[in-house]
Design a protein around this ligand. Structure first.
Ligand SMILES: Nc1ncnc2c1ncn2[C@@H]1O[C@H](COP(=O)(O)OP(=O)(O)OP(=O)(O)O)[C@@H](O)[C@H]1O
Ligand SMILES: [Mg+2]
Length: 288
């Protein structure tokens, strides 16, 4: 499809106020779901984050990799089990998490972004003590070696950003005794966005946003979210997203969005247009 030149210039100019608004601000992007698996979507994601970086946004990526972990675990005869949307992680599964998240998955993302000259560097929460972790218990449920972030080495990330590096972070951490922990990627992204006082936190997943009876909620506040959790409308992998999203909002992150990673360039649509994409998480409904 050929776009007339007048339309092209119009589209570019419409992006100008957003570019001015977001220059030198920090975006934390949680990368997960289908956008990490599908070839076309991997490519458009790499283009999108590179473009954001080139216009002056300080982009930080935290990635999941649930499908890769489940895949390799199955190949070696380990079954995946989830408790309230979080992977139960015993010692054997922790090895897989380390190999997959801290290895191939991370490097694949970095390589892809760097083909577009995005300046990505892969690291995990272990590097330079990026994440200090403590074993987490989800409302008393035993999750094995699942950690939560208790402190973030923001100076380290700031120093990378100052060098024009795009950090791509695997959500793994280690405690003072050397025990490795799997950190749910949503939780890690939320903690990081909060610590960096990010302008935006965007979760890319394989759903249009928060759904109620298959209908997308354009915005959602904490009271309504609690109700949806209570009534079981929201479950599984959406639980750590909502919990970490509101935690980040409370900590001063300006905007939190949950968008459909299956839609090509959904990240750019969210950032550069006024059209509603996905679900925006808001402090209270009046502000929506
Ligand atoms: N009300 C709801 N609206 C939308 N999704 C929901 C809802 N309740 C539960 N979910 C589930 O949440 C899932 C998204 O979380 P999931 O952990 O599976 O993916 P991800 O976080 O994008 O990827 P990864 O865990 O690999 O990083 C959806 O696929 C959906 O099944
Ligand atoms: Mg998840």
């Amino acid at each position: 499809m050929m776009i007339p030149i007048a339309d092209k210039t119009e589209i570019l100019i419409q992006a100008l106020p957003y570019i001015q608004q977001y220059e030198r601000t920090t975006f934390v992007i949680k990368y997960g779901g289908a956008a990490m698996v599908d070839e076309d979507l991997k490519e458009t994601f790499a283009q999108d984050v590179t473009l954001l970086k080139k216009i002056g946004v300080r982009v930080v990526i935290v990635h999941g990799g649930g499908k890769d972990i489940t895949g390799l675990a199955a190949q070696i005869g380990l079954e995946s089990r989830f408790v309230n949307g979080v992977r139960y992680t015993d010692a054997a599964m922790m090895n897989v998490v380390q190999m997959v998240l801290g290895g191939k998955t991370n490097q694949d993302i970095v390589a892809r972004i760097n083909r577009h000259d995005g300046g990505a560097v892969g690291l995990s929460g272990i590097d330079k003590g990026l994440f200090t972790v403590a074993r987490t218990t989800d409302d008393g449920a035993d999750l094995g070696f699942v950690g939560e972030v208790t402190r973030v080495n923001t100076a380290f990330i700031e120093s990378l950003l100052a060098q024009d590096i795009l950090p791509v972070i695997a959500p793994i951490g280690v405690d003072a005794e050397g025990q490795m922990y799997n950190i749910n990627a949503d939780t890690a992204a939320g903690s990081l966005a909060a610590a960096l006082k990010a302008e935006k936190l965007v979760y890319l997943s394989d759903v249009p946003g928060v759904l109620v009876d298959d209908v997308l909620l354009p915005s959602l506040d904490q009271a309504k979210a609690a109700e949806l959790v209570e009534t079981g409308v929201v479950g599984g992998g959406m639980l750590p997203k909502l919990r970490s999203a509101f935690g980040a909002l409370d900590a001063g992150v300006n905007k939190v969005h949950l968008i459909d990673g299956r839609v090509k360039h959904s990240l750019l649509l969210e950032i550069f247009t006024t059209e509603g994409v996905g679900t925006e998480l808001v402090h209270c409904a009046e502000k929506a």
